[in-house]
Write a protein that binds this ligand. Structure first.
Ligand code: FMN
Length: 210
């Protein structure tokens, strides 16, 4: 009998789209995603999305007028749809995720024009904030919204980067060793989360051929 688990195959490289819920030029959350990209294993390629500011405010009238969606939304939807997984790094504004991130998720949650791209998408959540709770409440609000979207959010490990100003240098490089360690643990776990939810087609093809 064919044994799937023992089939040998080259590890597939998973493409991960990374969204920072901040438009700020020197956003700690974007810096955190770049740090995660540098720490990711060779089987995970992280791409930080830089065009969230092109997503207009959600408006059902606008949605009705433009069947294919505004260009900024089309680009974001396509990037999410093409990714094997998504990582979101959220700031915390008034104990919740910022409006810019919620707005993008509202667009992505819509079925038109090409299906709900967040549904069944493996997703990991991070966050960095000025405060001492490190975005705990923002991450909770994000999980609640993603639950509605049917997104497969990794339950653990968590990364709550508190007092962010003390953890990055003036050029936005992560300088805190403990944060780097937990970030590395997070990206390793996220690679396993994607694998668990979407085992490689290559492994199955090879097993079936035996
Ligand atoms: C409107 C507003 C509300 C904020 N509320 C919180 C908060 O509830 N908790 C917190 O830790 N930081 C709060 N902050 C500070 C943010 O953590 C800080 O601005 C952080 O730099 C935002 O993330 P970014 O660097 O990725 O842009 C708030 C900032 C703004 C502008």
């Amino acid at each position: 009998m064919t044994h799937l688990a023992t089939a040998t195959h080259p590890a597939r490289v998973h493409q991960v789209l990374c969204l920072a819920g901040s438009l700020r030029r020197d956003s700690w959350n974007r810096h955190l995603l770049h740090a995660a990209a540098a720490l990711a294993p060779a089987t995970l390629q992280l791409h930080v999305y830089e065009n969230l500011s092109d997503v207009p405010l959600f408006d059902e009238d606008l949605e009705q007028r433009e069947a294919a969606g505004p260009a900024g939304v089309q680009a974001l939807r396509a990037a999410v749809a093409a990714a094997d997984g998504v990582i979101i790094a959220t700031p915390e504004y008034n104990h919740a995720m910022p409006g810019v991130l919620k707005n993008a998720l509202d667009w992505l949650s819509r079925e038109r024009p090409a299906g709900e791209v967040l549904q069944e998408k493996p997703l990991g959540i991070l966050g960095a904030s000025a405060g001492s709770w490190g975005t705990r409440l923002a991450q909770a609000s994000l999980r609640q919204v993603l639950h509605t979207c049917g997104t497969l959010v990794m339950p653990a490990p968590s990364v709550f980067v508190a007092n962010a100003a003390a953890r990055f240098d003036a050029d936005g490089r992560l300088t805190d060793a403990a944060t780097a360690q937990s970030l590395q643990r997070f990206v390793l776990a996220f690679g396993q989360w994607i694998e668990r939810l979407a085992p490689t087609a290559g492994a199955l093809d090879q097993a079936m051929a035996q």
